[in-house]
Ligand binder design. Structure first.
Ligand code: HEM
Length: 399
């Protein structure tokens, strides 16, 4: 196959839009398996992108940030728009390093561990509203509201505005690129007002901390504060919803694993890591090839889009023995569910904590949960998040 040319800014935007219009489907895992049998790298016309499948190759891309840039959204003049670029997720060093070190102060494992009692209270409250007889929709009654409440509280968003956030968050991760842009503007305007309010009246929340934060003696520019708020809201919500939902499905589909977990609740953290490997929520985050390069014996031109497939790499048998087996005791388990390298998920400790508390409460209160309908699962429409739209479960035992 001949290498594709590099693209102008406009062409890149057009291709990104095209890429975002391709949905993840429930049979995507069968497709990965088929593709991986014959390809390491594949040019996908529909997505107008190179797809990369193997663990080792994906790791190489994630570590070589000079060749494979995360800075995919630049203005036509070459400057970076911190809001459209998705905050640090869409930045390269050295700017990425500076900003990340500031935000990570709020996300230390210690700071996150302090949230445990509050998260437990939110989960209990959500489960208190579930009727024993009717069962529940594990997505809409638990997995969806939990992370939005937590992130809204972290950011200091008033409870009365949370409904609005739910809608924005859904609109943003969908596949309608125009809606996504329009929504990001609405969220930016919302945070703009919140930032101004916190400037006048600082609190203990993350927005106030970002306002106080300094890089090399200088205050953070307003667009960076907004970009960070938007990123935390989006990165922290639907992803965690997806993980909780995928975990429930994995346990439902693997009855022996669920029994083992009920007998040994201490295996829960390791079970969650296995869900992140076996049914990754974030399947890929694009990179832009910054300089002409060779990858898997193929020349790729600067400007091309590359999708390192975390979800496929997690099934690479060269890295994971029996990759198709859901093994809650898998060790080692160096999955790429949270990415790798300088962009490794900043919210991983929070996502793990929320998921652990939600699952342990569910298993404790309703150990006999089962999916209400066997068969095809319905995914939320998204091109990069693999999570369910709904997940009705019932609690009676099935004999
Ligand atoms: C980055 C996945 C939850 C904040 C990432 C990346 C992945 C990921 C794969 C790497 C992206 C890349 O390499 O380009 C997930 C999953 C989650 C989750 C699967 C839930 C199960 C969260 C939460 C937060 C968060 C709860 C915060 C509230 C971030 C941020 C980055 C990031 C700020 C960008 C880090 C950087 O660019 O340096 N996440 N995430 N994530 N995540 Fe998460």
């Amino acid at each position: 196959m001949s290498a594709t040319p590099s693209y102008s800014y406009e062409e890149l935007q057009r291709r990104r839009t095209r890429q975002a219009s391709v949905l993840l489907t429930p049979d995507i895992y069968d497709w990965y398996e088929q593709m991986m049998a014959s390809h390491d790298l594949y040019y996908d016309e529909t997505r107008a992108s190179w797809l990369l499948f193997r663990y080792e190759d994906v790791m190489r891309v994630l570590q070589d940030t000079r060749t494979f840039s995360s800075q995919r959204t630049t203005n036509p003049d070459g400057s970076v728009d911190p809001i459209a670029s998705g905050g640090i997720l869409g930045m390269d060093p050295p700017r990425h390093r500076q900003l990340r070190s500031l935000i990570s102060m709020a996300f230390t494992p210690r700071a996150i561990a302090q949230l445990e009692p509050r998260i437990r209270a939110i989960v209990n409250d959500l489960l208190d509203h579930v009727g024993d007889e009717d069962g529940m929709d594990a997505i809409n009654d638990l997995a969806f509201p939990l992370p939005i409440i937590v992130i809204a509280e972290l950011l200091g968003v008033p409870a009365s505005d949370r409904e609005q956030f739910r809608q924005w968050s859904s609109d943003f991760v969908g596949t309608d690129y125009a809606l996504r842009l329009a929504t990001s503007k609405k969220i930016a305007a919302y945070f703009q007002a919140l930032v101004e309010q916190r400037r006048r009246q600082p609190g203990e929340d993350l927005v106030s901390e970002l306002i106080r934060a300094e890089i090399d003696g200088e205050r953070l520019p307003a667009p960076d504060i907004l970009g960070t708020c938007l990123l935390l809201l989006i990165a922290g919500h639907e992803t965690t919803t997806g993980l909780i939902g995928n975990a429930i499905v994995c346990l439902d589909e693997h009855a022996e694993a669920k029994q083992e977990l009920l007998a040994h609740p201490e295996l829960l953290p390791s079970a969650i890591e296995e869900v992140l490997r076996y049914r990754a929520v974030v399947h890929t985050i694009p990179r832009i090839v910054a300089v002409d390069t060779m990858l898997c014996g193929q020349e790729i031109k600067a400007g091309n889009l590359l999708l390192p497939l975390f979800a496929a790499a997690n099934l690479d048998s060269r890295q994971f023995p029996d990759p198709g087996t859901f093994d809650i005791r898998r060790d080692p388990n160096r999955h790429l569910g949270f990415g790798y390298g300088i962009h490794f998920c900043l919210g991983a400790p929070l996502a793990r904590l929320e998921t652990r508390i939600a699952l342990s409460a569910l298993l404790e209160r309703f150990p006999n949960f089962h999916r209400r309908h066997a068969g095809q699962l319905e995914l939320r429409p998204s091109s990069f998040i693999y999570g369910l739209k709904q997940l009705p479960i019932v609690f009676e035992s099935v004999s």
